[in-house]
Design a protein around this ligand. Structure first.
Ligand code: CAA
Length: 379
């Protein structure tokens, strides 16, 4: 693999690091403790171009590409994993429009989403359709020039704050993944309301809600792509989303390692700092190696995306490896802190909780293995 981070990508990484240090890190613990969605900080992420990194400048984005996006997202996650998932889903929500949107749809929404003046969300999961989105029951029925939506979506990241929802719903009689279509639903549309807000273990500064549609009428012009293409739209969006979550996991893992290393330099037991014990050194060595591997897997998937090469398998490998590594490393970092790590006085407690979601959302580790195996068998 001939791959090098360009000076422009490095500049974006440093900009994101600086932004995260100033705008996110000082408040992240408080947002987490009180479950505050940091709307102002999210707007600022938009202002510095972090929410539309895949969208070309002529459509309001920064056009920085997937490698730069991954590097920036790692930095955001290092400081505040909740803000990282906001950034990831906001960027993800631009991709279906970019690939499948009509000229009118792009003009109406994409520019705003990319510039951060609008926030986008992605609604696929339902109470009975998680790993198997093909079993969803939300319907969209065409009546004259409108689609009528009925059903509900769950675990929708910043669904409450989003101005525009990428929604997948059933339009056809076919079973499974075949009868689904993608739609754009604006906030405030009559019949669309916000349901339960989840009280989560981690990522508490990322708002996660249920969306309810009751005879919600949207213009037929809000169909995204062709009728019946909804599953494909969702899968393509998730391929990209998985690079985002892998990057988030790398950022969390790095933060865990740094917290652990700095604690081992201060903590003294048996008359020495604990970093002089080989048991601790081995933990540090294993974690650093896993982070390096996770980071390269993630950047390799992102690089394929930037080169226009299929990256489904690589994104799933990156997501699988990085999220499992982040969980193992957060466990290690908390272990190194001993009893103190189990208290809210130490950042590692938040990181441990935040890491947990990464093996679950945007496809569990088990789903990633299915995707990887199917792609290998196809090859
Ligand atoms: N790109 C393009 N097309 C794809 C594709 C991809 N990556 N993956 C599948 N498809 C196409 C297939 O080619 C197939 O097309 P045809 O019917 O024309 O042959 C069609 O989609 C159906 O594919 P499968 O038969 O493989 O579908 P399946 O029902 O067996 O499901 C799956 C495959 C990989 C398990 C998929 O259901 C999946 O990814 N599940 C996990 C869902 C998920 O990640 N949910 C997370 C929700 S989002 C989230 O977490 C939000 C958040 O806010 C963070």
């Amino acid at each position: 693999m001939a791959f090098e981070i360009s000076s422009e990508q490095e500049m974006i990484r440093l900009m994101a690091r600086d932004f995260a240090k100033k705008e996110l890190e000082p408040k992240a613990a408080e947002w987490d403790r009180h479950g505050i969605f940091p709307l102002e900080a999210v707007k600022k992420m938009g202002d510095v171009g972090l929410l539309g990194m895949m969208v070309p400048p002529e459509m309001g984005g920064s056009g920085a590409g997937a490698v730069a996006y991954s590097l920036a997202l790692q930095e955001i996650a290092y400081a505040c994993a909740s803000s990282a998932v906001t950034m990831s889903v906001a960027n993800l929500s631009t991709e279906p429009l970019l690939k499948f949107g009509t000229k009118e749809q792009k003009e109406k929404w994409l520019t705003g989403l990319a510039a951060g003046s609008l926030l986008g969300a992605f609604a696929l999961t339902e109470p009975g359709a998680g790993s198997d989105p093909g079993s969803m029951t939300t319907t969209a029925v065409l009546k004259k020039d409108k689609y009528i939506l009925n059903g509900s979506k769950v675990f929708i990241t910043h669904g409450q704050q989003a101005d525009l929802i990428n929604l997948i719903a059933r339009t056809g009689q076919e079973k499974g993944s075949r009868g689904l279509s993608a739609f754009l639903v604006e906030k405030g549309t009559p019949g669309f309301k916000i349901g339960t807000k989840e009280e989560k273990l981690g990522l508490r500064a990322s708002n996660t809600v249920e969306l309810i549609f009751e005879d919600c009428e949207i213009p037929a012009a809000n169909l995204l792509g062709n009728p019946g293409e909804g599953f494909k739209v969702a899968m393509l969006a998730l391929d990209s989303g998985r690079i985002g979550i892998a990057s988030q996991a790398v950022g969390i893992a790095r933060a865990c390692l740094d917290e652990a290393v700095s604690y081992t330099k201060e903590r003294r037991q048996f008359g020495k700092t604990i970093n002089s014990f080989q048991a601790i050194q081995f933990m540090i060595a294993d974690a650093a190696t896993q982070i390096e591997a996770a980071s390269w897997l993630t950047l390799a998937a992102a690089d394929r995306k930037d080169r226009g090469v299929k990256f489904t398998k690589e994104a799933s490998m990156a997501k699988l490896f990085a999220s499992e590594a982040a969980n193992a490393i957060s466990y290690m970092a908390l272990q190194v802190h001993g009893g103190y790590g189990y208290t809210k006085d130490y950042k590692v407690e938040r990181l441990f909780r935040d890491a947990r979601a990464t093996t679950i959302y945007e496809g569990t580790s088990e789903i990633q293995r299915i995707v990887i195996a199917r792609e290998i068998i196809k090859e």
